[in-house]
Design a protein. Structure first.
Length: 274
């Protein structure tokens, strides 16, 4: 990247950051490597919170609070999910939320193909306080791959809206029973918006992140999210990165309840459609 291009990008990032609502002041940009850990600082904390950290466990960035939906607290109301707080305590403002699209009986929600993602507003001057809603869709491709698709504005100026897809892959295992589950985040070409990409198109797609889940029985280290390529340069914008983190947290929730399983997603598609 040329010096002039980098200067222009830095100016755009600064202007975009200055438009963030007061409730989101103090927001720390996410590093290239992000880890989710269990929070064992106390009995209650261990039950209702997680720690989102940088590459080092001691780099505690944000607290993630579990919202079971038993009370209408926060923007999710009675819908279960996660709150990503803008700080390391549960009294900090809510930076983003990820949860079920609607409050439903367990059997019905198991086959829901939609997830609710709530982010800071695109235009702060018009909507300075409320979080705005995006939807992530679960689907299975023609080759049986499970994927979760969403769209979001990209770039510091957020002028264009693009499609992205978390695609489930297989990660190697060994004799120590340490099999991991992995998703890769793909930047979809415009031609793939209305249909599943062909194998050749998938190979040409830009990979922007890896999300690796630890062993399902592990309660301490839950996942590693690694940003790649354009996602590390700042050109995608802070709001885009926040969307990636929020959808990664949502995938952790879905995986915990068996909702990233190919059979479950396939049934959901037939029952609910997109």
């Amino acid at each position: 990247m040329s010096t002039e291009s980098k200067t222009s990008l830095d100016d755009d990032v600064h202007q975009a950051s200055s438009r963030m609502p007061a409730a989101f002041s103090g927001y720390r940009p996410f590093p290239p490597v992000i880890n989710l850990y269990g929070n064992f600082s106390g009995v209650i904390d261990a039950l209702i919170t997680f720690k989102l950290c940088g590459a080092d466990k001691n780099d505690f960035l944000y607290v993630v609070e579990v919202h079971h939906g038993f009370t209408p607290r926060g923007p999710l109301n009675f819908r279960p999910g996660f709150y990503l707080q803008n700080g390391t305590g549960t009294d900090a403002p809510i930076l983003a939320a990820a949860g079920d699209e609607a409050r439903e009986p367990l059997l019905m929600s198991t086959f829901s193909v939609k997830s609710l993602i709530m982010l800071p507003p695109l235009y702060v001057e018009i909507n300075p306080r409320d979080l705005v809603t995006e939807i992530m869709y679960a689907t299975t491709t023609s080759d049986g791959t499970v994927s979760f698709r969403f769209s979001i504005e990209v770039g510091p100026k957020m002028k264009s809206r693009e499609e992205f897809e978390w695609r489930k892959t297989r990660k190697g295992n060994n004799n120590n029973n340490t099999q991991h589950s992995q998703f890769i985040l793909i930047r979809l070409p415009p031609s793939s918006i209305s249909a599943s990409p062909s194998p050749s198109a998938q190979e040409e797609s830009e990979i922007l992140a890896d999300l690796t889940f630890r062993n399902a029985i592990s309660l301490r280290h839950l996942f590693v999210l690694e940003l790649k390529g354009a996602a590390c340069s700042g050109e995608m914008g802070d709001r885009w990165t926040l969307m990636v983190v929020a959808t990664a947290l949502r995938l952790y929730w879905l995986r915990s309840y068996g909702k990233t399983n190919k059979a479950i997603v396939g049934i959901g598609q037939k029952l609910r459609g997109k």
